[in-house]
Structures are given as structure tokens and as C-alpha cells.
Design a protein around this ligand. Sequence first.
Ligand code: PMP
Length: 289
Amino acid sequence: MKIYIDGKYHDKEDAKIPVFDHGLLYGDGIFEGIRVYGGKIFKLREHLERLYDSAKAILLAIPMDHDAMQNAVEECVSLNRIKDGYIRLVVTRGAGDLGIDPRKCPVPCVIIIAGSIQLYPAEYYSEGIPIITASTRRNPVDSLDPRIKSLNYLNNILAKWEAIGAGCLEAVLLNNKGYVAECTGDNIFIIKNDLLITPKREDGALEGITRRTVLDLAPSAGLKPCESSVTVYDLYTADECFLTGTGAELMPVTLIDGRKIGEGRAGEKTKNLIGEFRKLVYSEARTVH
Ligand code: PMP
């Protein structure tokens, strides 16, 4: 595996960054997780837009433009001969001193890792998974906008520990008003009658690329997309529920805090959407040249 760091490729064992990098010391940086399907990079433009928007929001000047970044990502995928895999694109504040002052970090660090992906077992997609509601609340939107995909995931990690403690893969985070925000590494959707509902961004959801893709697919699956506030009661009484994320794609949820959702296995409408999504990823993804 060849890992890109600041324009140079390194073997995995030699891919190193300074201990003074503020990405490590303070979680000061941003990242993207991107899928490669059949040699094609899925929604690369959208991921790069989110990356550059995150950078702007935290006053991080990525030391290369959009096109150069796109070329670097495509080159890294080609060089590692990735047909079906996962790209982790990271931009840290770079090396500074031990203080928090970001001005002491003159050069941000760009890292691209293109590797394989560990897929979830197929039965998770047919049977669905159990999840819980975490007692850890989502960072308030007015403290840290969830649209910034930052390296600072402690809020999510605390909720992930709760999921692990309950023997689950994922946990739902509520915002400080008690509305559903998202899960630790995935967005959440419910289906009620013909409505496909996901928490609105203002309630603390990351604007997931998979979330947007699924909202756009809703009409083709006979569903009306809707971004609104969602309560725990809405989750418990949903006809169907599923999570979305670059790694998980669409993952059916069949148990929430001990309440069976629908028939207790992946719902028909969710399965339809999964079918539409899989069709799309192999047709619309951006080809690597
Ligand atoms: N929410 C959080 C907190 C995430 O980290 C992610 C990405 N892993 C998502 C939602 C899903 O976003 P995407 O569909 O862009 O992967």
C-alpha cells in the first residue's frame, strides 16, 4: 500500500507525520471517507466540496486547489490498484508547537490512504441491526456545526462506547433539545407511510453524501423525502428505519432500545432503496482515468 503525504508516496510502515501535528495534538483538521465501486470513485466532487467547505469553516488553507486534489485522489487510487475500496482523505492543521495557536502551523498536511474496505456481513442487510439511544448528546450546533467533518470525534466516540456496552453497532445521538440528530458515524432515516424522513441539519446531522443520495432516490422508490425534526417516539413507531453512511451504505435497523421496528427484519421499502442505491453506485460513480 502506497500512502500519499504532502505530494509524496510512502509504504504503510514509513507513512508518518510529526508528533507536533495539531491534527494529533488537538484534533485540528478535517477528513472525508470515500468509496470506490468497480474502479470508480463515488461522488468525488461532492466529497471534495464538503472537504473544502469544512476547511473554509475552520480557516484551514488547503495547500492545493480542487483540481490538484482530485488528481491526487485519483492517482492514489490508480497507484494502489483499488477496484472496490475506501479512500480516507485527511487534511490536518500541520506541525506547530505545543500551544493551540493554529497560526504556529504554517503548512497543513494532506494525507490520502486508498485501501480495501471491511464490509459488514450480508445478514445485517437482510435482518437489520439493533441500535440504542445514547445518553451522550450531540455537540450543540452553535458550538460546533456538524457540517464541519472534523478530526474531533470524541462526542461520537463516547456514544459509540455506549453502543458497544449495549452490544450494538450504532447509537443514536439526540441534540440538546431531545430531537434525534444522527448516529456516531451514520445518518438515520425512518419511513412512515409514504414519507422518507431524516433529521434536519439544524438538529445536528452531518450533511452525509449518502443521506443526500438517498433523499434524491426517494421518488424512484415511491417515497416522499422529508427533512424535519424527529423524536425518539417517531423512531419507535416508524414503519421502517435505516442508517446511511459511506461505509455502511444503507443499513436496516430492526430494534431500537428494545422496540421492534416494523416486522423486525429489513422492510420492503428499505430493500427497494438499497436496490436503487446499488444500481446508482455502479452507474453514476466517477470513473478513474
Ligand atoms: N454522520 C457522521 C457523524 C459521520 O461520521 C458520517 C460519515 N461516516 C455520516 C454521518 C455519513 O456521511 P456520509 O454519507 O457522507 O459518509
